[in-house]
Design a protein around this ligand. Structure first.
Ligand code: PLP
Length: 516
């Protein structure tokens, strides 16, 4: 296209901002002409011309306006609204500026001196000239670096955490008085409150989600339930931490394909993978939706298997009136900052109704020590710190409310995204999903991701390479899971966070609906 946007690098310090404009730094040409326009009335239209030879860069150094560009093959309207972005317009492009804000000042820089003969001020003449002139506009100048302004970020954690500022501040004051920084009163209270929230008897606050899961498997080993080489069924399309927790304990992950609609482990494919060595099923409530427990529990019962939940993405989600974290024998949670219940650092927890298991997990997380100076196991150090417990206690009170907001955003997307190229996520029941991620699918995923980026919408992929294709799991690299591999190439996570404004949701919908 004969126009493009460039980002100006600028210097910012306590004195203010400086934007240098010269060929050696930001601009694609040596400046020969420059002028600025101001005092335009809202209904004024400026421009209405094309240049035969001149290239120009337009910058809204104050206020904003719209610029319509047309080269007869393409046309586009761009809003110029930042002193740090320049619009390069190459020759033989019809340009009109309109919709000026009252404070708008447009700076125009050109690569040659003003020459009236060089202007085309009549559109019919422009069309004629354009059709006879077959100048290649490509590579007229070296391509300038342009990073689109982020209009819709994937998440806004600072904004979310800000809401809890006074409660966290209050907790921080308590921390100074308490003078205990790890596994103190705040962690103790959080454990009680989170256990109650999940509907279980025990909760152990640990260092992170990976530790939570790893410690569950380890504790079952210490209790003689699992031994080295035993097999654990797990979904093939999960985050690598689920699998690391298994292999770290010298247990063997046996991967099962997900259901193509829910992206959750396919219960119909579990039984065929069970051998004499199988000791557990790791269910991952991926993206925030609980797994189909009614189909999984009978299989576990039939073969006497433990059910371990990876609930890292499903805080507060239900399955038939029971919460994630209470649906199996034990569950591991992550409170990584971006999770639905997120700390301001690393944190995790194990929930269970099994008192003995909780005791062993607690000891293992504390060097293997059930009481001071007694070490029953070769444990690790993975304890929740008091500050994270303060943050989590403040946020837990409003977790259901925040999850409800997520549901409403998901419903907005589900209702309004209408594009035959996009497969929307399936959900079983409202309460069963807490929309940690809103994951769509399309055969043109990479193209869609780039297109969204171009329009300032941040998207992520959860996850682009499944564990069995990672270098870390060379021994699994030759395995083939067609559904998992297809999903990994087609999925894209859209921005969804509890405080997302309607304007941003509408922008996502509008842009995605126009994707061709
Ligand atoms: C499904 C799943 N399992 C495990 C983890 C590991 O949690 P953490 O990052 O707290 O170690 C995460 C998140 O990062 C996750 O999404």
């Amino acid at each position: 296209m004969p126009w493009e946007l460039i980002n100006f690098e600028y210097k910012k310090d306590q004195r203010g901002i400086l934007v240098p404009l010269e060929k050696s730094r930001n601009l694609p040409f040596e400046i020969k002409g420059s002028f600025y326009m101001l005092g335009m009335k809202k209904n004024t239209i400026r421009g209405k011309h094309a240049h035969k030879k001149i290239t120009q860069v337009l910058i809204a150094i104050n206020g904003k306006c719209k610029v319509s560009l047309n080269d007869l093959m393409d046309s586009e309207i761009i809003e110029l609204n930042s002193p740090y972005i320049g619009l390069i317009v190459y020759p033989l492009t019809w340009i009109e500026l309109f919709d000026f804000s009252p404070d708008c000042i447009i700076l125009v820089l050109t690569d040659d001196y003003y020459d009236e003969n060089e202007y085309i001020r009549n559109f019919e003449e422009f069309k004629k000239l354009k059709n006879t002139n077959k100048i290649s506009l490509k590579n007229l100048y070296k391509k300038c670096h342009y990073e689109p302004k982020i209009v819709v970020p994937f998440r806004e954690l600072a904004k979310l955490n800000q809401k809890y500022f006074s409660e966290i501040e209050e907790g921080f004051r308590r921390l100074f008085q308490e003078d205990v920084y790890i596994w103190g009163e705040e962690v103790h209270l959080f454990e009680k409150e989170f256990a109650q929230h999940c509907g279980v008897n025990h909760c152990v606050g640990v260092g992170n989600g990976l530790s939570a899961l790893t410690l569950i498997f380890r504790a079952y080993k210490e209790l003689g339930v699992f031994k080295d080489g035993d097999e654990v069924i797990a979904p093939a399309n999960t985050f690598i931490a689920s699998i690391l927790a298994i292999s770290e304990n010298n247990l063997t992950p046996v991967l099962v394909e997900p259901d193509i609609n829910t992206y959750l482990i396919d219960p119909n494919k579990i039984e065929e993978k069970i051998t004499k060595k199988t000791k557990a099923i790791l269910v991952v409530h991926l993206y925030g939706q609980t797994c189909e427990m009614d189909k999984i529990i009978p299989i576990a019962k039939k073969y006497n298997l433990k059910i371990i939940e990876d609930a890292a993405q499903a805080h507060g989600a239900y399955y038939k009136n029971k919460r994630a974290g209470s649906l199996g024998d034990a569950a591991g949670f992550s409170f990584y900052p971006s999770k639905n219940l997120g700390a301001m650092g690393d944190a995790g927890a194990v929930t269970t109704n099994d008192k003995k298991l909780a005791q062993v997990v607690r000891a293992l997380a504390n060097y293997g020590s059930p009481q001071p100076y007694i070490f029953n196991y070769k444990g690790i150090n993975s304890r929740m710190d008091e500050f994270q417990a303060i943050v989590l206690r403040a946020k837990l009170k409003r977790l259901d409310e925040e999850n409800e907001k997520r549901r409403k955003i998901a419903e907005f997307y589900l209702k309004n995204i209408k594009n035959p190229k996009i497969i929307l996520p399936y959900f079983r029941k409202r309460e069963d999903h807490v929309w940690h991620l809103f994951v769509i699918r399309t055969e043109q995923r990479d193209k869609l991701k780039k297109y969204m980026e171009k329009h300032g919408i941040q998207t992520l992929i959860h996850y682009p390479i499944p564990p069995h294709k990672q270098l870390a799991y060379k021994e699994l690299n030759q395995l083939h899971f067609p559904i998992t591999e297809q999903i990994s190439k087609e999925i894209l996570s859209l921005p969804l966070y509890s405080d997302m404004e309607l304007e941003k949701m509408k922008k996502v919908v509008d842009i995605i609906n126009k994707f061709k």
